[in-house]
Design a protein around this ligand. Structure first.
Ligand code: SF4
Length: 281
């Protein structure tokens, strides 16, 4: 039986080309300070929520800030090494953009985000499942594995994200990530969740805020989700890795995508030559 992770599926949904670079060819994306920042925040909230599940309190806001700063500074040591290893492939423009991102600003922004979370969200979240592993079969041949970040004791799934752009009103009923979580939750709890809350901490140096999108009734269409998973597996098997974004999309930009240089090279060489050059021997 083939096994596919939740992260692999979500990578393919967001960008099939990214899947090709990362999972098939094993190419590393360009290191970025903001990736390390996001990682440190994720680790901080995951640790706090796990502790809160155990003792009802978790970290205080001050402890969470310290934890975040430690993880971030440690991650920045990795960043320096990754940057040194990738330097021959990085453009001067890229390096200059990275240099302009101030560590102090990133730390301050992280602190503001943590404060906002503690004021506006923390009192309402009573963790039940935290980073809980799940698995389910998508077909006779495909097993999906993953982890649910957070649920509460009332059966609500929380998806906590940090972002720098205020998100637009979304239809979370059609969010593939949440659709997968519902099946994951069912495989653990034997029932579907009562509600789903997608909570964004919008990071800003002066005015961080929380934006929430909540649905109170689950929206599982299990057959469609399973069909989509199997279609992705078929596409991967047949080497279908198109860039699905509109021309001039901000997603496919030097600033945002850590694979931008490879994306340009793929466009220039074409798929066959690119795969011949980068397929591991
Ligand atoms: S440049 Fe665009 S298509 Fe290419 S990996 Fe990045 S987001 Fe995907």
């Amino acid at each position: 039986m083939k096994q596919v992770s939740f992260s692999q599926l979500m990578t393919y949904v967001r960008c099939p080309e990214h899947w090709l670079f990362h999972y098939k060819l094993g190419l590393k994306r360009n290191p970025r300070k903001v990736f390390k920042h996001g990682f440190a925040l994720h680790e901080t909230f995951a640790y706090h929520l796990d502790q809160k599940k155990k003792d009802g309190k978790g970290l205080s806001a001050g402890e969470a800030k310290e934890f975040f700063a430690d993880v971030f500074l440690q991650a920045m040591e990795d960043y320096k090494q990754e940057l040194a290893a990738a330097r021959p492939y990085l453009t001067r423009e890229y390096l200059s953009k990275e240099r302009q991102i101030s560590l102090n600003n990133l730390v301050d922004t992280g602190m503001r985000g943590i404060e906002t979370y503690y004021k506006k969200l923390n009192p309402f979240i009573k963790p039940d499942l935290v980073e809980e592993a799940f698995e389910f079969s998508a077909s006779k041949n495909v097993k999906v594995i993953g982890r649910i970040d957070l649920t509460d004791k009332k059966g609500v799934i929380y998806e906590l994200k940090t972002t720098r752009r205020s998100p637009n009103m979304q239809d979370i009923r059609s969010d593939p990530q949440l659709a997968l979580y519902q099946l994951g939750y069912h495989s653990i709890a034997g029932k579907y969740p009562k509600a789903i809350s997608k909570d964004y901490i919008v990071l800003s140096k002066n005015n961080s805020k929380i934006v929430r999108f909540v649905v109170v009734r689950p929206f599982v269409d299990k057959a469609t989700v399973l069909r989509n998973i199997n279609s992705i597996m078929d596409a991967i098997e047949h080497n279908i890795f198109y860039c699905m974004h509109p021309a001039e999309s901000w997603l496919c930009s030097k600033e945002w995508c850590g694979y931008y240089t490879l994306h340009q090279e793929l466009k220039k060489l074409g798929s066959e030559k690119f795969m011949a050059k980068y397929t591991p021997r």
